[in-house]
Write a protein that binds this ligand. Structure first.
Ligand code: HSE
Length: 309
């Protein structure tokens, strides 16, 4: 069994517009890089080699909280040393906390000889999400661990469905402002009207069917959110312009990535994905907000092993 492992944990797009807290997909880019070593004194030591100033105490660190939950279920507490090179900016809406939490438990599971199942790892990693946003949600963690597009039918008990999907090119813009997931959750209305719920159910079912059938038009028609987006989009300058112009230019559809501020667009081909990047760049240059753009694809393997020895 390896004693040291280096992995890449992918960014993820949660919600996929209509599927708040239940749908998500993994991206090829960006990724967090993490190294985990087993051995030494029992307990967990954490080091960050990035500049985000994240807490290093295991209980307050998202990867630490996830690993502690895993360690609690081991017959004997081993020693772990975790080194995190965070490249997915916290507060981006690209599953930064999920990548750290999921990457850490996937790495530990491999060093331990894989005693835990996929759903176990999701369960452990949700403790990291609790530290980050106060709520255990699995829609970033699950695609990060499994890859591809995933549906969380329920979290108590966990019921994970991996969805087939046709090839998709994803464009993401991350305007460099921070939206805290906890704030973006707090502003949501606690009740929905039945007629909104019916429209949302239709879209979620349509999106899942569209993925499974490889029906791009159905995917596009179903990327509509009548509940969350109208409330959250006000936190994101430029959102309406980006969305409207991308739709007019032929994106399949898109919206807020996770709790924002990143915005994503799904496209059938790479050329279109680059066109969306141009539109996003124009919008944010015009309103003078620094931004980062990723033109990428769906990551189908989840956390990737880079080195082990
Ligand atoms: N489903 C979560 C939310 C994802 O939208 O609050 C957070 O990235």
């Amino acid at each position: 069994m390896p004693r040291r492992i280096k992995i890449a944990a992918p960014a993820t797009v949660a919600n996929l517009v209509c599927g708040f807290d239940i749908l998500g997909l993994a991206l090829e880019d960006p990724v967090d890089i993490m190294e985990l070593e087993i051995g030494g004194a029992p307990g967990l030591r954490i080091r960050h080699i990035d500049d985000y100033g994240l807490p290093l105490e295991p209980e307050r660190n998202v990867a630490g909280a996830a690993l502690l939950a895993l360690m609690e279920e081991l017959p004997e507490i081993p020693g772990f040393t975790l080194t995190v090179d965070k490249r997915i900016k916290p507060g981006s809406g690209l599953g930064s906390s999920a990548a750290s939490s999921a990457g850490a438990v996937v790495a530990a599971n491999i060093l331990l000889g894989k005693p835990f199942s996929g759903p176990d790892l999701v369960r452990f990693a949700m403790n990291g999400e609790k530290v980050a946003s106060g709520v255990k949600h699995a829609d970033n963690i699950t695609p990060c661990i499994y890859g591809g597009v995933t549906l969380i039918r329920a979290i108590h008990p966990l019921d994970i469905v991996q969805l087939e999907a046709p090839p998709l090119h994803v464009t993401v813009v991350h305007p460099q402002i921070e939206v805290r997931t906890s704030d973006a959750r707090q502003i949501l209305r606690k009740e929905v009207q039945l007629k909104q719920a019916i429209r949302q159910w239709g879209n979620i079912a349509g999106l899942v069917a569209g993925f499974m059938k490889g029906d791009y038009d159905l995917i596009g028609r179903s990327l509509e959110d009548v509940i969350i987006e109208p409330v959250r989009s006000i936190l994101i300058p430029g959102f309406n312009d980006v969305k409207q112009q991308c739709m007019e230019a032929g994106a399949l559809g898109g919206g807020i990535s996770g709790s924002g501020p990143s915005i994503f667009m799904l496209n059938r081909d790479e050329e279109k994905a680059h066109l969306m990047a141009d539109i996003m760049r124009d919008v944010y240059s015009r309103i003078g907000i620094d931004h980062r753009i990723h033109v990428t694809r769906v990551n189908t393997e989840g956390v990737r092993i880079l080195e082990q020895d």
